[in-house]
Design a protein around this ligand. Structure first.
Ligand SMILES: *[C@@H]1O[C@H](CO)[C@@H](O)[C@H](O)[C@H]1NC(C)=O
Ligand SMILES: *[C@@H]1O[C@H](CO)[C@@H](O)[C@H](O)[C@H]1NC(C)=O
Length: 492
């Protein structure tokens, strides 16, 4: 979660130029799919016209960040919708069905499509052998296959892949196929922010699902910046998306040959799947959740059996009791709840069975899934662990406790996506007196009275003041009202 907010600051700087085409409604109608599209004079003219508008009205460039972001986001969506998938993925192919084409219209990602005699050339190139006469290889495209295109600092850490055309007659024998694949490849990076749960789902797994679903598991994942731990952690999910072993692109020096490849991943938004952008037009984030359910089921069945053998009678009894279950994601340090033990007691007195989760990087996701999938309510303070809302059953209640100064991030990254999953989402915005900052600052300080005026100044303020240095001391009377309501709903 650490860096999520950073984008806010960067978008202001990086994306102001990008705004123009969107503001203009620059309909590219797959213009960028053409191998090399030349900028048209008319666009240059319009561009300079608009630019001069900004010179005379510079305030238009300095939006307070949330509105700027929403403006960008909604314009992007329009563009994304207009460039329909089928347009992009059946580009005009040359006579022998050979092609390299890229779609660079996305705000969050670039994606390239290759068809023909494709051969990997670890660690940084992918060749397309063509029947065209070429005297030398031709670099067609470069791409960084990671879904945070707008965040230059993290993109700088992602290796660039070169997509090159080569003449099969001249050089085809030099780079013979060592592994021939009958199914397409999806090539992407697990570098960047991988290591943070939010990013692992948001930048990686959900985009991978969106991009590869059409292949119905008949697809090979070729991974740049591969990590063994990542394959271990997500092995059960990956096996639901592909029937084939992963390829570690940087290490595996063999020439892998494909007839079709997608380089880069599609992404629709924060922790979500937009059905209107899917090929079948009806796949939702719930389908992704079903993938998780199938992925974790075998492991959970084993855990259930082990437990039943060990605590035969007790488990059976507990199963019968059937009190509504509340899963609490606990944090220590910043954004921890200082009166958590009292809160847990209160929830138990109301009637909940409470399970406190303190996952770390090594906690098996199947075990967390098992708890959350069997819970009626999930509670936690804003942070990467909130990504686990994806494990809640639709219809469940998700209460996110929102510390001062984190409203925007809480709603954007978790609140809105949770609603799209069909959860009953409650954002519990703490009052100034429920924040540890209340003791630190004067009651009239803008840090307490008007957090937006501070966070607007930039990411480093949000991070330094509100994210890294704030604990929560719940007003138990106030929080009780929320829990009592939720309890009443859970048993009705
Ligand atoms: C989704 O659309 C496909 C055809 O495009 C159809 O076969 C399938 O039944 C639909 N699924 C749902 C859940 O509507
Ligand atoms: C998740 O919960 C649902 C409903 O209780 C259940 O049918 C399903 O089997 C559970 N999933 C797993 C993997 O245990």
């Amino acid at each position: 979660m650490r860096q999520n907010l950073k984008k806010v600051a960067q978008i202001k700087v990086d994306e102001s130029k990008k705004l123009f085409p969107y503001v203009l409604g620059w309909k590219s109608s797959c213009g960028n799919c053409a191998k090399r599209s030349k900028p048209k004079l008319i666009y240059l003219l319009i561009f300079s016209l608009i630019s001069s508008c900004f010179v005379f009205a510079p305030q238009l460039l300095y939006f307070p960040y949330p509105s700027a972001l929403f403006l960008i986001d909604s314009s992007i969506k329009e563009i994304d919708n207009r460039v329909s998938e089928s347009n992009i993925e059946s580009p005009k192919t040359s006579q022998n069905d050979e092609s390299i084409s890229c779609d660079r219209t996305g705000y969050r990602t670039d994606i390239c499509f290759m068809k023909g005699d494709i051969r990997t050339h670890s660690p940084s190139s992918i060749f397309l052998y063509t029947s065209n006469d070429l005297t030398d290889h031709v670099l067609q495209e470069t791409i960084k296959p990671y879904t945070r295109k707008w965040e230059t600092s993290i993109m700088d850490t992602i290796g660039e892949l070169k997509l090159m055309e080569k003449d099969a007659k001249l050089s085809g024998d030099k780079h013979k196929c060592q592994v021939i694949h009958e199914v397409p490849a999806v090539i992407f990076s697990t570098g960047g922010y991988t290591g943070n749960l939010y990013h692992e789902f948001n930048d990686g797994l959900i985009p991978l699902y969106i991009t590869s679903k059409r292949f119905n598991k008949k697809v090979v994942f070729v991974i740049a910046d591969y990590h063994r731990w990542w394959e271990m952690k997500y092995g059960d999910v990956l096996s639901q998306l592909s029937d084939y072993p992963l390829i570690d692109f940087n290490k595996d020096k063999r020439a892998h040959c494909f007839k079709e490849a997608i380089v880069g991943l599609r992404i629709h938004g924060d922790l979500t799947v937009d059905p209107s952008q899917m090929q079948d037009g009806n796949t939702t984030i719930n389908e992704f959740r079903n993938v998780l359910d199938r992925a974790y089921r075998p492991r959970i069945n084993r855990l259930d059996r082990q437990e039943e053998q060990r605590f035969h009678a007790r488990v059976a009894k507990r199963r019968k009791a059937q009190r509504p279950k509340l899963a609490l994601f606990s944090r220590t340090g910043s954004r921890g709840i200082t009166n958590e033990a009292l809160m847990v007691k209160m929830a138990q007195r109301i009637g909940f069975e409470v399970e406190v989760l303190r996952p770390d990087r090594t906690t098996e996701l199947a075990k967390i899934y098992r708890v959350v999938n069997s819970s009626n309510v999930m509670v936690g303070v804003h942070g990467a662990a909130m990504t686990h809302f994806l494990f809640m059953k639709p219809g469940g209640v998700f209460i996110q406790i929102i510390p001062l100064g984190t409203d925007w991030a809480s709603e954007t990254y978790y609140g809105e996506p949770a609603k799209k999953l069909g959860l009953d989402y409650i954002g519990y915005k703490i009052l100034a007196r429920e924040s540890s900052l209340y003791e630190k600052y004067d009651k009239n300080d803008r840090i307490l009275r008007d957090p937006n005026s501070i966070t607007r100044k930039g990411w480093q303020f949000t991070k330094g003041i509100y994210l890294n240095d704030q604990k929560v001391r719940l007003d138990l009377h106030r929080f009780k009202k929320v829990l009592v309501d939720v309890y009443a709903k859970s048993i009705s």
